[in-house]
Design a protein around this ligand. Structure first.
Ligand code: GLA
Length: 371
């Protein structure tokens, strides 16, 4: 079988997923492909086309490996086995064009793609949401990042030319058509990869939990920041550590922004949508403190450029990409100008990608044709 599984962008709603809030991601035309076949043995044989490396593991007693890239695959196998599903030995070649460490969820694409391929080949009968949750747990257990559900959800549930709003508490979701005729989604890749990202990520989660614990004493109905309001926070500010207070203020505000932004999208108010993106960046930079100088520089550069409707850092933070909503006819001028500015400031060539919005994980066209 040949399967494709995409990376994602997130239009707005950052660090809200693990707070049971709202996100607005979309799957993009940066994808990982998997060619997989049962091999009739008790061995898992992996080949990473992009790294030119192979690795073999026994099917029994799957555990975390020293080979970093293999863990995303092993983690998925372990989840399936843990659920009592029968995975047999298989050969796998995989590779693609999702830039690694750029915040486009290459790891979720790998996890979801493998889950999808194994589900198909071994007839496991899993629903998409079950695979999403297994992929997320694989990331927790084998990559050590206590991520929310957004990335895996987007990779599985993306729809061509649509953004999808997910309620990360109820898991209800709704597709919003993206009229891409007038503007494009342009990603500016700082190429910064901070080693702190995963430990800081887990710290943010804990800080949010601390905030919930304070509010819960006064408002028993507050079980996550999803239930909190700015008024509640303000009323009890003196009980908060100032850092925890700012973290919570950001998350509560960002949830509100997703709702507003969806309204703008529905009414075609793209300028207003862009404003919400800038506001999101402000919060991520100053209150949630997950940005970095390179990301801030790129967002600052985009401000005041009439080509740009909105821009913000995207994903977990501390590096990776900014997402920019850019008027179609000015995309080239924009990427050139940004590249020049970034080069002058940091002496690094800026990578830019134009993201098209595609469907979530699926059989690749060649597999569909052969069946
Ligand atoms: C990473 C995580 C997601 C989400 C984002 C921030 O991409 O994997 O679950 O928390 O960061 O919005």
């Amino acid at each position: 079988v040949v399967v494709r599984s995409p990376g994602r962008v997130n239009l707005i709603g950052e660090h809200t997923d693990y707070n049971e809030g709202f996100v607005l991601p979309a799957a993009i035309n940066k994808e990982i492909f998997f060619a997989l076949a049962p091999n009739g043995t008790d061995t898992l044989r992996f080949f990473s086309h992009d790294l030119g490396e192979s690795a073999e593991f026994g099917l029994n007693g799957v555990s975390r490996s020293d080979i970093g890239w293999a863990n995303y695959l092993l983690g998925v196998v372990a989840q399936l086995q843990g659920a009592g599903l029968e995975v047999r030995g298989f050969d796998l070649v995989f590779g693609g064009n999702v830039p690694i460490g750029a915040g486009l969820s290459s790891s979720a694409a790998v996890e979801c793609g493998l889950a999808f391929a194994l589900n198909h080949v071994f007839g496991l009968g899993l629903e998409r949401f079950e695979m999403v949750k297994m992929a997320q747990r694989a990331e927790h257990a084998y990559a050590g990042v206590m991520c929310g559900i957004m990335d895996q959800f987007a990779s599985m549930f993306g729809r061509r030319d649509h953004a999808v709003k997910l309620d990360c508490r109820s898991l209800a979701y709704e597709y919003y058509p993206l009229d891409m005729s007038g503007y494009r989604i342009v990603l500016c890749d700082t190429q910064v990869k901070h080693s702190l990202a995963s430990s800081e990520y887990n710290t943010r989660r804990r800080e949010c939990e601390q905030g919930v614990a304070i509010l819960n004493k006064h408002y028993p109905e507050v079980r996550s920041l999803r239930d909190a309001t700015l008024q509640m926070l303000e009323r009890h500010q003196s009980e908060f550590d100032p850092v925890v207070y700012r973290r919570c203020r950001y998350v509560v505000s960002e949830n509100g922004r997703v709702e507003e932004a969806c309204g703008h999208l529905q009414r075609g108010e793209m300028e207003a949508f862009g404003e919400r993106m800038y506001a999101s960046h402000e919060g991520l930079q100053h209150d949630y403190e997950v940005s970095c100088p390179e990301l801030d520089f790129l967002v600052d550069q985009s401000r005041g450029d009439e080509a740009v409707l909105g821009a913000r850092m995207m994903g977990g933070g501390f590096g990776g990409c900014t997402i920019n909503l850019v008027r179609t006819e000015q995309v080239e001028r924009f990427t050139e100008r940004m590249g020049r500015a970034y080069g002058q400031e940091y002496g690094v060539e800026l990578k830019t990608y134009i993201a098209d919005i595609v469907d979530g994980s699926s059989l690749a066209p060649q597999t569909v044709a052969a069946q």
